[in-house]
Design a protein around this ligand. Structure first.
Ligand code: MG
Length: 382
């Protein structure tokens, strides 16, 4: 299908940091997506989590299944709007590569450990993974992705960090926008995680349908399903509800974005970037409903005492690992020790801390627990 004039395209790409010949039979964004799928950080997403810790059960979402859900919803939206599907796939599959083990709790813990050394932010870390940490290619560090994929990965960024990122950070300093594909990635991420957190929360018994009925989006769909299928088993009814909510949100997003596109009439991706508002958006009504679902999850799921018990343990593990490696970098594998010496020589303690943060952020949930166990737990006495 032909791309709209405001879609990103291979021929208009701003290119890669290290110039490379074009691939045969693929375009630049297909190559980006393939590089992402083949990288080590992508495989580790399988054992990283969002809300529930990986060993809690095999049915919960992991960062990998989350990324696949985001990519799939993103492709649907881009196909309807004649945007670039290969680009959104690359952005969405890479968007969580920088996540720490143990989901939100891990991010908070590592950020606290790094507070005197520039902080830790998973979104910037995703960019760091694709720009420098993946060491696979002979001719360049990282995956050498296109500007457009990197632009989409970097959803938000504080001004100080943005200033250090050159062309990529510019839009945060000037109040401009990402491409439409980048904007879609941002919202379909939220559609995916709100709905799968509802599903996982119900499955875990931390939420109940009655409780969720205080959220309008859920209540409307629940009533419709219960009315139409009064005898349906609860598990199936829940799935019928979440698929309806996802569909309603996607349809609303597409229709509102279409209206915004007609009003703004951008004729190129650069005209989209130059606007002072994003064009990809929910209607005001859906935005409010989406927000109330998010608030509900924050209060009732993310702060649930059983979730808190998991996250409290996860935070202690990451804090203790950080302090130990920072005091004694010789406990890390050789390549991290080398980088640590190098970075400490260049940037002092902040350089050393960054390498420790990179090592910890790259761990999966189970690897972090296993490192902790090896380094802190004495063997059982006979
Ligand atoms: Mg995400």
């Amino acid at each position: 299908m032909a791309l709209a004039p405001y879609a990103c395209s291979d021929s208009l790409s701003r290119g890669r940091v290290y110039a490379e010949p074009s691939p045969q039979y693929r375009d630049a964004f297909m190559r980006d997506r393939d590089r992402i799928v083949h990288c080590g950080a992508f495989r580790r997403l399988e054992y990283k989590t969002q809300v529930f810790i990986n060993h809690e059960g095999d049915m919960y979402r992991t960062r990998l299944t989350h990324s696949l859900e985001v990519a799939q919803i993103g492709r649907t939206v881009c196909r309807i709007l004649a945007l670039n599907e290969d680009l959104i796939e690359a952005i969405t599959l890479a968007h969580d590569l920088g996540h720490t083990p143990f989901g939100h709790a891990g991010q908070d813990a590592l950020n606290a450990c790094m507070q005197d050394y520039g902080g830790f932010e998973h979104n910037l870390q995703s960019l760091r993974v694709v720009d420098t940490l993946e060491e696979r290619y002979a001719d360049f560090p990282g995956l050498n992705l296109t500007f457009e994929t990197r632009e989409g990965i970097l959803k938000h960024c504080n001004l100080e960090k943005a200033a250090a990122l050159g062309e990529l950070g510019e839009r945060f300093l000037t109040g401009r926008q990402a491409s439409l594909e980048g904007q879609v990635a941002n919202l379909v991420d939220a559609i995916a995680y709100n709905n799968h957190d509802v599903d996982d929360g119900l499955r875990a018994g931390l939420l109940t349908p009655t409780q969720l009925s205080e959220v309008e989006l859920f209540a409307d769909a629940w009533e419709e399903v219960r009315h139409r299928y009064p005898d349906l088993a609860e598990r199936r009814a829940i799935h019928e509800v979440t698929r309806r909510i996802i569909n309603r949100q996607v349809v609303d997003l597409v229709e509102q974005t279409r209206r915004n596109l007609i009003a703004a009439m951008p004729s190129s991706p650069d005209e989209v970037r130059a606007l002072n508002q994003p064009l990809v958006a929910f209607s005001a009504e859906m935005q409010a409903q989406h927000h109330s679902l998010k608030q509900f999850l924050r209060t009732n799921l993310y702060r649930h005492y059983r979730v808190h018990r998991m996250t409290s343990k996860a935070k202690r593990v990451l804090h203790e690992l950080f302090d130990l490696f920072f005091e004694d970098p010789q406990l890390m594998p050789n390549q991290y020790q080398e980088r640590c010496r190098d970075q400490e020589a260049r940037n002092g303690r902040a350089g050393k801390a960054r390498v420790v943060a990179d090592y910890i952020a790259g761990m999966t949930d189970r690897y972090a627990f296993s490192e902790y166990h090896k380094l802190f737990t004495p063997p059982a006495m006979p």
